[in-house]
Design a protein around this ligand. Structure first.
Ligand SMILES: [Zn+2]
Length: 437
């Protein structure tokens, strides 16, 4: 408004001055980008069907500027020699909980929410983000804080500002269920205890909760579509659905209206069906997928995030039907892939201890269950990037993408467990780790 009152020449001078400052800053940045060349013995770029041998990747600043088979490094540029290694795009895990430290039993979970302050949990969150980056995960979608309110936004911001090392993040903040359908539960009604999610009820109630979470920084809205998983005589894993169809549709509609996407926790077939009726973008866990539901997901282009690592990890501790649920995912994974369901890698890290299984174990399960290794690698790179809406930024080693690059010593197409031994990590053109000799 103030500019409107300036007379013509003064306004022009101001604009010229601002313009000059802008272009000077641009020139300064353009004059000093750090250039690095990487010689890759074998490059799995995230989209090609076969590796590119003896590839040369040139990085300028935080971006990849060229990828060529063979080729000579530009004169005077630092060369990182990965000629004996396999180079890949940085990994992406699209289902994590950096604010959680494993919860095999309900007691573990309650203790974290009741005995640890949110600042303490956020410090551990920063530590967990660092562990993920050390393992080659340069991108993560963190799917709710489990009672730590909006602290995932703070972890994401601290990483983005370069205060602590970690992956690029998209976050879901608090998640939603109707009142009383998520822990902490079972305490005296005289006590006000924290809840792992935000309770929201009714069409207007869920709309308001979605707006509130987005206001505080949610990139995704997550809600719990079901609970109480059980097998019935038909051999199908069933569940009780949490929200009415009207409420679930309101969550999705409001989130989409505000330009964000929805992830639904859905384990039983009833919960998955309800989430698909509501129009969600991703199905989390999805153990109870049936042939019909897989077909519907393939047709609608809804992503499946299987989180097999957590199932395998908690099954022995939780007992009951958890082992049978893990077996179901083993059978469903190759079937869904053949039907054309888009499968993106998610582990539920945080549901298991961050210092426990490496997130890259998820790749191993996919291959064990019948997915070709090259396809398994894509679930944690290019397919995950599409799910995140970042297909133009991450997920492949290509010109124009952020320089998020990892390397392993052996050949992951022959032995997928190689991905659990990442020796080199570059994020945004900066080398975070290099143990390649
Ligand atoms: Zn989870």
């Amino acid at each position: 408004m103030r500019l409107v009152r300036l007379c013509g020449p003064v306004l022009l001078t101001v604009l010229v001055f601002l313009g000059a400052r802008h272009s000077f800053a641009q020139e300064k940045a353009a004059a000093t980008p750090n250039r690095i060349a990487i010689r890759a013995g074998r490059l799995i770029d995230g989209k090609s069907d076969t590796p590119i041998l003896n590839a040369l990747i040139v990085v300028e600043g935080d971006k990849i500027v060229s990828v060529t088979p063979g080729g000579t490094p530009p004169a005077g540029v630092e060369v990182i020699d990965l000629s004996k290694a396999t180079v890949l795009p940085g990994f992406a895990d699209v289902h994590t909980h950096v604010l959680l430290q494993g919860d095999i039993t309900a007691e573990d979970y309650d203790a974290q929410l009741l005995k640890q302050s949110i600042p303490y949990r956020a410090i551990l969150g920063a530590r967990n983000a660092r562990i993920a980056l050390e393992h080659g995960f340069t991108t993560m979608r963190d799917l709710e804080t489990e009672g730590a309110m909006y602290a995932d936004v703070d972890v994401k911001t601290a990483i983005a500002n370069g205060e602590v090392p970690g992956p690029r993040m998209q976050v879901a903040t608090r998640a939603l269920t109707p009142t009383g359908l998520y822990p902490l539960l079972g305490y005296s009604w005289e006590l006000k205890v924290p809840t792992g999610v935000q309770y929201a009820d009714g069409v207007e109630g869920v709309r308001k909760a979605v707006r509130e979470q987005i206001m505080y920084g949610a990139d995704w809205i997550k809600y719990y579509s079901d609970r109480r998983y059980h097998f019935e005589a038909d051999g199908v894993l069933h569940s009780m659905v949490n929200y009415t169809d009207e409420e679930a549709k309101a969550i999705v509609e409001e989130t989409h209206r505000l330009g964000k996407k929805v992830a639904a926790h859905a384990i039983g077939s009833d919960g998955i069906a309800a989430a698909l009726r509501a129009g969600v973008d991703t199905i989390e866990h999805g153990d109870g997928l049936t042939d019909t539901l897989m077909d519907e997901m393939a047709k609608k282009g809804v992503y499946w995030v299987p989180t097999i690592t957590v199932g395998a990890y908690v099954a022995p501790g939780r007992g009951g039907i958890w082992q049978r649920m893990a077996d179901l995912e083993r059978d469903n994974l190759p079937k869904a892939w053949k039907k054309g369901v888009k499968i993106a890698l998610g582990t539920d890290a945080g549901g298991f201890d961050w210092k426990g299984p490496n997130q890259a174990r998820e790749f191993e399960y996919y291959v064990q269950y019948g997915m070709p290794p090259m396809q398994a690698i894509r679930t944690g790179s290019s397919v995950a990037a599409e799910l995140l809406g970042w297909a133009d930024k991450v997920g492949t080693v290509e010109p124009g993408k952020w320089a998020d690059i990892v390397a392993v010593s052996g050949d992951p197409l022959k032995d997928i467990t190689e991905l659990q031994h990442v020796k080199f990590v570059m994020k945004a053109g900066a080398v975070f780790k290099n143990e390649v000799h």
